[in-house]
Design a protein around this ligand. Structure first.
Ligand SMILES: Cc1ncc(COP(=O)(O)O)c(C=O)c1O
Length: 387
């Protein structure tokens, strides 16, 4: 049975062009890019080209790109790497409560070591409260961190303003751009990000590869979190040529298509909202729709438990929130942090709109969501207390 996929924030299908670019490096071109012989040199050239494409998507120099296994590892290398093992309070790091667990859990690990972790405040729009952040950063702050685009509500953070606040106090800004890369234009220098994470599988590349941008001038402020052959000073381990080539190709395609895809997603979103509003009374968008990317649509469907809706749909894939949190029975911590009450949070679903999907698929997918939501709402009305 065909499944209409509305969960591109969790992961995306590998683009055919990406797969074609990768396959030779799994078959005949299997040399190790660190080997000095002819096969190694060919692999190295492919890695170098992929490094350039990756750097270009974010406006970095190729020498500032470190390949990793994905945004989780990139966040860990950056955030852990900025603290020495013996660091304890008053040294502090400032975290964003709506971020992905791959940043928040690092904050918890640092706190367990004795580093002070502070939490910035987010407004009901989902945006970081800059006045509050200014008060959280002081001369003992090593880093503040936030996801440029939030994975559950799509809000875009004011990264440049955050960087200015950090730099004024001598602190660094780490940006998790896993959901931002390929969706919004990124110029790391203009944005003022000191380190920035991206992930291939969010942009039609393969799973298991990503990159960390490290601004050259602050490189000395990071130490590696693991040690080995020194393929990169911050990240040892044999470079997986096929994955890196896949990331490079995905970045190249994303850069070429960025503007056109943005326009297309806006149309998809308007259509999705029209269908939802026509079919379900009282639908509300979580967060400020004008402060986010159109790709992420988080909505409250009154009277419909998001979990029941998601798990009972056979031919539409969508989610109640971030994939890493979807096993949880608790209301989404992202929605709770922006002031959505528990009832509305439990009645929320997230649709991620993929610019490369067929328009008819979107229409059919959202219609099926509406049909199922209405059926579940009827059951809830017929059996009060069960909703
Ligand atoms: C904002 C954000 N950061 C980090 C990650 C983790 O990325 P990866 O799967 O590449 O480790 C995700 C994936 O869900 C994400 O949405």
């Amino acid at each position: 049975m065909k499944v209409i996929y509305l969960d591109g924030c969790a992961t995306t299908r590998v683009d055919d062009e990406v797969l074609d670019a990768m396959l030779p490096f799994l078959r005949e071109e299997y040399g190790n890019p660190s080997s000095p012989h002819v096969m190694g040199k060919r692999a190295r050239r492919a890695v170098d080209a992929a490094t350039e494409s990756t750097a270009r998507l974010i406006g970095a120099d190729p020498g500032e790109v470190v390949f990793t296994s994905g945004a989780t590892e990139s966040n860990n290398i950056a955030l852990l790497g900025m603290f020495a093992h013996h660091d304890t309070a008053p040294v502090n790091g400032v975290f964003c409560p709506t971020d992905h667990k791959s940043s928040l859990a690092v904050g918890q690990a640092l706190a367990a070591r004795g580093v002070e972790t502070r939490i910035m405040r987010v407004l009901p729009s989902g945006r970081v409260d800059l006045d509050h952040l200014a008060g959280r950063i002081d001369l003992n702050t090593r880093v503040a961190t936030a996801a440029w685009v939030n994975s559950e509500i799509g809000v875009v953070q004011p990264v440049a303003a955050m960087a200015a606040l950090c730099h004024a106090a001598g602190a660094l800004l780490h940006v998790d751009a896993a959901q931002a890369a390929g969706r919004i234009p990124i110029e790391v220098r203009e944005a003022g990000a000191d380190t920035l994470s991206i992930s291939a599988h969010k942009i039609h590349g393969p799973k298991g590869v990503g990159a960390l941008y490290v601004r050259r001038e602050i490189r000395h402020r990071l130490r590696p979190v693991m040690y080995g052959g020194g393929q990169h000073a911050l990240r040892s381990g044999t470079i997986p040529t096929h994955l890196v080539v896949g990331l490079g190709k995905a970045c190249e395609l994303a850069a070429d298509r960025l503007d056109a895809e943005w326009r297309r997603v806006r149309r998809l979103r308007a259509t999705a909202l029209d269908i939802l509003r026509a079919g379900i009374p009282g639908v509300r968008v979580n967060g400020d729709p004008d402060a986010g990317v159109p790709h992420v649509l988080s909505v409250v469907l009154p009277g419909v438990r998001g979990e029941s809706l998601v798990s009972s749909l056979r031919s539409v894939a969508l989610s109640t929130g971030s994939a890493c949190n979807s096993g949880s029975q608790e209301p989404s911590y992202v929605l709770t942090a922006i002031g959505v009450d528990a009832e509305d949070a439990n009645c929320s679903v997230r649709m991620c709109l993929d610019p490369r999907m067929a328009f008819e698929d979107l229409v059919l997918g959202v219609e099926l969501v509406v049909e199922r939501a209405r059926a579940l709402a009827d059951v809830a009305v017929a059996t009060p207390g069960q909703g």
